[in-house]
Design a protein around this ligand. Sequence first.
Ligand SMILES: *Cc1c(COP(=O)(O)O)cnc(C)c1O
Length: 379
Amino acid sequence: MEKVVDFIRKQFKEPEQFIPLHAPVFVGNEKKYLNECIDSTFVSSVGKFVDRFEADIKAITGAKSAVATTNGTAALHIALHALDVSTHDIVITQPLTFVATCNAIKYTGATPLFVDVDLETMGMSSSSLRTFFEEHCELRTGRCIHKRTGEIVKACVPMHTFGFPCDIKLIVEICEEWNVAVVEDAAESLGSWVGKQHTGTFGKLGVFSFNGNKIVTAGGGGCVVTDDIELGKKIKHLTTTAKQPHPWAYRHEELGFNYRMPNINAALICAQLECLPQFLEKKRTLATAYKMFFEKQEIIFKWEQEGTTANFWLNTLLLKDEHQKTAFLEATNKNGVMTRPIWDLMTTLPMYQDSLDVPIPNAEYLASRIVNIPSSVII
Ligand SMILES: *Cc1c(COP(=O)(O)O)cnc(C)c1O
């Protein structure tokens, strides 16, 4: 274990200091754009950086429409809300995810139901999804009905865990057969691709996060992308208090949200996005070094699947068992190298118990063995 700590310290050229799991790096035009933004006085909910950010996201992902939001959770919530997901609906997701995925589903009034994850991708398992549909649902007049509750399965939210693309093409195909909309939680996967297509653009809607721990940050921020331009317009309207266009009057004809990204946050993220190609390259270099090292230690270092490109947002080890995991976490954290276990399964949280129709052995297997190791961009 000493060897591991030494190796990580060597990568970060940090013989003594604390090494965080993921710290933001500001080496571009951040201060310049922030100053510009302050000088313009447009620091709040409108401004040229918000427009530029939305254009940048479209250019990076290839999506036809992008809407900036306060954060990734708000983006997930508004995406589901815009698809009319509400009380007495069911939304399928995975038990191995950050709690925000499930919270956003719950905000709509719908119930999350969990299917298993894939052992390799750590994202939603297409075979578990198929089993769930075949054993627990039926199509009635074109709607996917969950037989046990009689509720409509409205949406499915797969997540690209740690930036490793999940089996999204097959998931979308299966959901199309069952007439269920896919909202991709791509919060962790900016810069991750399946073939030549960016994650977040396979489903009806995709969602990104620009929180401080993500690959690039707005301080706090999020984004919804879609190729459905009308749906994109609707989401922009809903996130900006649903105010009707008018030269002076305040007219609101439906329930809207203040989910706008402030221009000052957009200034920061515009500068960060300029650095994304460089960050992706540095992250791949670090991941490659880790891979070579851990293979020699006979520890599994998670790698991208064939035909996909991961952003290596958080580097991931798959340890032998719970015992080895605990020993690893203790040894590293005690020595000032921050490592973390994967999230507790959503099915173990009080809010999301009783949300299972299918077994989740892969999620349980991974939850007891996965550890993330320091992954910041090294300049
Ligand atoms: C970070 C994250 C979110 C939420 O994003 P915030 O911007 O922090 O609200 C949602 N889902 C996943 C998987 C995430 O990692």
